[in-house]
Design a binder for this molecule. Structure first.
Ligand code: BGC
Length: 749
């Protein structure tokens, strides 16, 4: 029986793990360290080494590198799986190790069934609010280290899809709405991951911008918009990181599944971007053998429905050439060599929990964004009584769900709520056991701090009225497989805030969300803090910010609109029921599930007619006021911008003075935007650079930000190339996309 049929009942992705549960951890295949091969010579290039191996491989061995072995689920456990989402077999005869892959967007996932610990870092959009490239490397290094400690050698993280649709249930896993910011930050995460000898991955390629009907949706978008927005983020991330893998997405793009889309895979990714690694399909995202292979898909995951026996047959009867087969194998082996899998296979050990905690807290402190601070209600000083209300702040902080879910150590402290959407049987809200209430009490031992759950609004009002300050925690849970129907918080949460604010005007709201939220009460509260899903030390980080031990420095990587009505698509595009897969109830085997997925679900359409106008570019172009703009975030000190001077040339340098005009030290993220000449037909402005600047009170610094030519170019579809539109450019500098006090025009040749 072919592997494809034996594994024919596999459910894709994380759903399988939830459904079937894991068998015990099997041994990762190791090869004899004593034996050396011609390709063991680490001084040779990864390309040369890969070709040396290929010369010795049989057809079956080659094919075995081009597909997964199924998910390690009850009754179907691959004997050499390490318990991650997928793996390829080792070939001991040739010293080829297996590739053990684990999801690891904000930490290594699925450890619970094997009793493993992983650090839950702040979620990706949260960390992106730091705009801190060095810290994003640290983020990746920690993930890479823990992957290695847990016996993996490839990440399935690296989500960089732009927040074209902010209600996308995976917005928390991505890096916001700007291609330069998202691509740069994600590229640095992958550099960090790969520094630990782990194959990096960037996903989900491409235009996988909503979860509703993600396996069926056909994203309609024009080429220029695609290249300048979503694909630009991938291009930048890959240029920085040289990540070894790219995961193609479930959806169709302009009529063709992403994993068999030759424009996306061959023309752009492997052609224009010069990507040298391998393309693997999202879990169940392969839909053909010959067509996908020709288009540039190198590896099917998690099974071998198309890239097992079917691929072998296609090679044997000449529909796929040896050269094409070897090209796929070369790419896989090359990435393995480049990441160091042959030379430094790693060793399993207990992750350094203390280091993980310290790193998670530091990142959370840089991720938290102070959105409102009327009457200097923050930081909390000299406050005698505080009422903490709602949001399970007594026990934990929220985390994002789906394949990115990091298991809370000791389990979620909040009892599971009923699941929602297509993954209702498998995925529930999970909270990290790290209480902001406890952290606040420890940070303010002299202050009386009460807690009220918020379930009883009258009790919350009473608590608030008896305190000097009320802090209300609200949240919005987000997960893969499930979009938010609206950016509004649940009505009872808005009501709780309104009621508490009415009882005590000195109210601060702390949000734990993975996307922007609307705030009908914005003017009625004095403080607003966006904490995102702040990870395993989120409570402590929040306490440091609220008490002023840490001065907030985060800035939004995504716009907070006033309402859904202001979005490019006021209503989320939802699929007909026939375009959603139907997962079986827990423990039940679905009939012909893989076959249904493989043959594809009926398409439905999204039209991304906003095109280039993603995020702030949309609100700017449409002249829409927003709740909080892209790039916005307050500090406990103030900064002044002056003396702009932009040098001429096609790659100008932007020079200005930044001064801390307040009374405490702080970090300012200074932002540079460019407005392109009218002839370019671009949205009003785009981010072209930034700097994180640490300043003591009263200190001023001269800042110089080089703007590479390619930050100013536009994509010319006819010439398939980037060009610089001639004419007058305006450089704008300031503290957010809507607060840009310095401007200078320049004419580029
Ligand atoms: C998700 C991927 C994930 C894969 C493996 C899929 O459902 O879309 O992001 O890496 O499962 O868990």
């Amino acid at each position: 029986m072919g592997l494809n049929r034996r594994r024919g009942l596999l459910v894709l992705g994380f759903a399988a793990a939830m459904w079937g549960g894991f068998a015990s951890v099997a041994q990762i295949a190791k090869t004899s360290p004593a034996k050396t091969f011609p390709w063991s010579d680490a001084s040779l290039s990864p390309d040369v080494r890969a070709d040396l191996v290929i010369k010795e491989m049989t057809l079956d061995e080659k094919i075995s590198l081009l597909h997964g072995q199924g998910m390690p689920m009850g009754g179907q456990t691959g004997t050499r799986s390490n318990g991650g989402a997928g793996y390829t077999v080792a070939i001991p005869r040739l010293g080829i190790p297996s590739i053990q892959m684990a999801d690891s967007a904000y930490g290594v996932t699925r450890g619970a069934a094997m009793g493993r610990y992983s650090t839950a870092l702040p979620n990706n959009l949260g960390a992106a609010s730091s705009w801190d490239t060095a810290m994003m490397r640290t983020y990746g290094e920690l993930i890479g280290t823990e992957l290695r400690d847990e016996g993996y050698n490839m990440t399935l993280g690296g989500g960089v899809n732009l927040a074209r649709e902010p209600r996308d249930g995976r917005t928390f896993e991505y890096m916001g709405e700007d291609p330069l910011l998202a691509g740069t930050l994600d590229g640095n995460v992958e550099v960090g991951v790969q520094s630990q000898h782990i194959i990096g991955d960037v996903k989900h390629y491409a235009i996988n911008d909503q979860e509703s009907g993600r396996m069926a949706v056909n994203a309609n978008i024009d080429q220029r918009a695609m290249r300048e927005t979503d694909l630009r983020a991938f291009e930048i991330a890959l240029r920085i990181s040289h990540a070894g893998a790219v995961m193609c997405s479930y959806n169709r793009v302009n009529g063709v599944y992403a994993c068999q889309n030759s424009y996306l895979l061959s023309d752009v990714l492997k052609g224009a971007f010069g990507f040298k690694g391998f393309v693997l399909s999202d879990w169940g995202g392969t839909h053909s053998t010959v067509r996908a292979s020709h288009a540039g898909l190198d590896q099917e995951q998690p099974g071998d429905y198309f890239y097992g026996d079917a691929l072998k047959k296609a090679v044997e009867d000449g529909r796929i050439s040896q050269a094409e087969l070897n090209e796929h194998v070369h790419r896989v082996l090359r990435s393995m060599f480049a990441a160091g899998l042959f030379d430094d296979p790693g060793k399993m050990q207990v992750p350094d929990v203390e280091h993980g905690y310290a790193t998670a807290q530091h990142i959370a402190e840089e991720s938290i964004v102070l959105l409102r601070n009327e009457h200097h209600i923050l930081p909390l000083t000299g406050v005698r009584r505080i009422a903490v209300i709602g949001g399970h702040a007594d026990v934990g902080v929220l985390s994002g769900g789906g394949s990115a879910q990091v298991n809370p150590p000791g389990g979620s402290p909040v009892p599971p709520q009923p699941g929602k959407g297509i993954f209702a049987a498998f995925i529930h809200e999970e909270w990290m056991p790290d209480s902001p209430l406890r952290a606040l009490r420890e940070a303010l031992p002299e202050t009386a701090i009460s807690f009220t759950s918020g379930d009883d609004v009258a009790a919350a009002k009473t608590a608030a009225s008896q305190a000097d300050v009320a802090i209300v925690f609200v949240y919005q849970w987000e997960s893969e497989g499930l979009d938010l129907p609206t950016l509004n918080l649940a009505p009872e949460q808005d009501k709780l805030v309104e009621s508490v604010a009415a009882a005590n005007p000195r109210t601060i709201v702390v949000l734990e969300t993975g996307s922007p939220a609307t705030m009908p009460w914005v003017d009625k509260v004095q403080g607003i803090v966006e904490a995102w899903y702040p990870g395993i030390r989120g409570g402590e980080a929040l306490a440091e910010i609220l008490t002023g031990k840490v001065n907030p420095s985060g800035k939004l990587a995504i716009t907070f609109p006033k309402s859904d009505a202001d979005l490019p698509h006021p209503k989320l595009v939802t699929p007909p029921p026939s375009s959603e897969p139907h997962f079986p109830a827990k423990g039940k085997r679905p009939a012909n599930f893989m076959k249904v997925l493989a043959s594809g679900l009926p398409a439905f359409q999204t039209y991304y007619s906003e095109g280039l106008k993603v995020g702030y570019k949309w609100y700017d172009a449409e002249n829409k006021p927003v709740l909080f703009p892209f790039g916005f975030g307050l500090s406990y000190t103030t900064f002044a911008y002056s003396d702009l001077h932009v040098t001429a040339g096609t790659a100008p340098t932007v020079n200005f003075t930044l001064k801390n005009t307040g009374e405490r030290a702080g970090t300012e993220i200074a932002e540079v935007y460019a407005a392109l000449p009218a002839a370019a037909q671009e949205p009003p402005k785009r981010l072209v650079g930034w700097a994180r600047v640490v300043l003591q009170p009263g200190q001023a610094k001269q800042i110089s930000i080089p703007v590479d030519r390619d930050r100013l170019t536009i994509f010319d579809v006819a010439h398939k190339d980037w060009e610089l539109a001639p004419g007058s450019y305006t450089i704008l500098v300031g503290s957010s996309s809507r607060d840009l006090p310095l401007t200078q025009s320049l004419t580029l040749p």
